[in-house]
Design a protein around this ligand. Structure first.
Ligand SMILES: NC(=O)c1ccc[n+]([C@@H]2O[C@H](COP(=O)([O-])OP(=O)(O)OC[C@H]3O[C@@H](n4cnc5c(N)ncnc54)[C@H](O)[C@@H]3O)[C@@H](O)[C@H]2O)c1
Length: 290
């Protein structure tokens, strides 16, 4: 018998046996890492994945997972998934709305209406529809059920050439806070994970940042590196667990301190500057050799 009843709760907090978890876009990247983490923690994992090859790979990596090949942007897909989950487990403990993409990176003035609609639906519309479709199943799971929306550091700052993406991610933040209030009295929690640049097929670091520039990583990010999908997976397990029992309507900034830095960088000497300069061959920090 422990003197502190919470201690025993904490010891088993990351055991998700008997829980059902739906991850949208769980084929690769952040969604895949989150799905694998929940599967390793004992959950029955359901993945909604559009890409057949990625679906196959996820299935091979997680034999116990149910991988459903679908496009979450299509109307009616939420209802289809809800029916499948209801038939198999009767409830949903955790909904991870992970699908999202900048889709078009272009100055706002050059964006066609249809392209803007596409970005909004990929990052906001489908997430709203999926969430509404899953609420009855989350209610069946009861208090302790929760929703995790993957947003971005761009839900908390601006990003040039991806303004509609940023608008959608900020909107998800507002939605998350509001829904947290609506569902709070039922004990259903709603939070976001807001990552900075994380090495995934969508944001493949070797493609985005030339190898020779990766040496600057430790100065760009306070914790000295860009993200790995497992960083978000850890955050998702925490948010879905009893460890976060009193956490709702908030964002977990999984960003190595980037949002806190807000434009501050370290010099090679370990000092800080918010006025980095650009030279012909890249970023130069005042007071340092180019
Ligand atoms: N990687 C980053 O640096 C980064 C940074 C900030 C935010 N995010 C956010 O994290 C989330 C995941 O990003 P990622 O980098 O892992 O993405 P990713 O593109 O590497 O992986 C997304 C997965 O979702 C699947 N998918 C895409 N559209 C789908 C659809 N309509 N229906 C079903 N499945 C679909 C893809 O096939 C893929 O398996 C997104 O919401 C993204 O905006 C990522």
């Amino acid at each position: 018998m422990t003197a502190n009843p919470q201690a025993s709760t904490f010891a088993h907090a990351l055991d998700f046996s008997g829980k059902t978890v739906l991850v949208t876009g769980g084929g690769v990247g952040i969604g895949r890492a989150i799905a694998e983490a929940f599967a390793s923690a004992g959950a029955q994992v359901v993945i909604a994945e559009i890409d057949p090859a990625r679906a196959d790979q996820a299935e091979a990596a997680m034999p116990g997972a149910r991988v459903i090949r679908c496009d979450v942007r299509q109307r009616g897909v939420g209802a289809m998934l809800a029916e499948r989950i209801a038939a198999e487990t009767g409830k949903l403990d955790v909904l991870v709305n992970n699908v999202g993409h900048f889709v078009h990176a272009r100055p706002f003035a050059m964006l066609e209406d249809e392209e803007a609609d596409d970005i909004l639906d990929t990052n906001l519309g489908q997430l709203l529809r999926m969430t509404r479709a899953m609420i009855p199943l989350l209610r069946k799971a009861g208090p302790g059920a929760n929703i995790i929306n993957v947003t971005s550091i761009e839900a908390h700052r601006g990003i040039p050439y991806c303004s509609v993406y940023a608008a959608a991610k900020w909107a998800v933040t507002g939605f998350t806070k509001s829904l947290a209030l609506e569902l709070g009295p039922e004990g259903i929690r709603v939070n976001t994970i807001a990552p900075e640049t994380t090495d995934t097929p969508q944001v493949a670091l070797d493609f985005m940042i030339p190898r020779e520039n990766r040496a600057h990583e430790e100065r760009w990010i306070p914790l000295g590196r860009f993200g790995q999908p497992s960083d978000c997976a850890g955050a998702a397990l925490y948010l879905a667990s009893p460890l976060a029992a009193w956490v709702t309507g908030t964002a977990l900034n999984v960003d190595g301190g980037a949002l806190a830095a807000g434009g501050w960088y370290r010099t090679p000497q370990g000092e800080w500057t918010n006025v980095p300069l650009i030279s012909g061959n890249g970023l130069v920090i005042p007071g340092t050799a180019a």
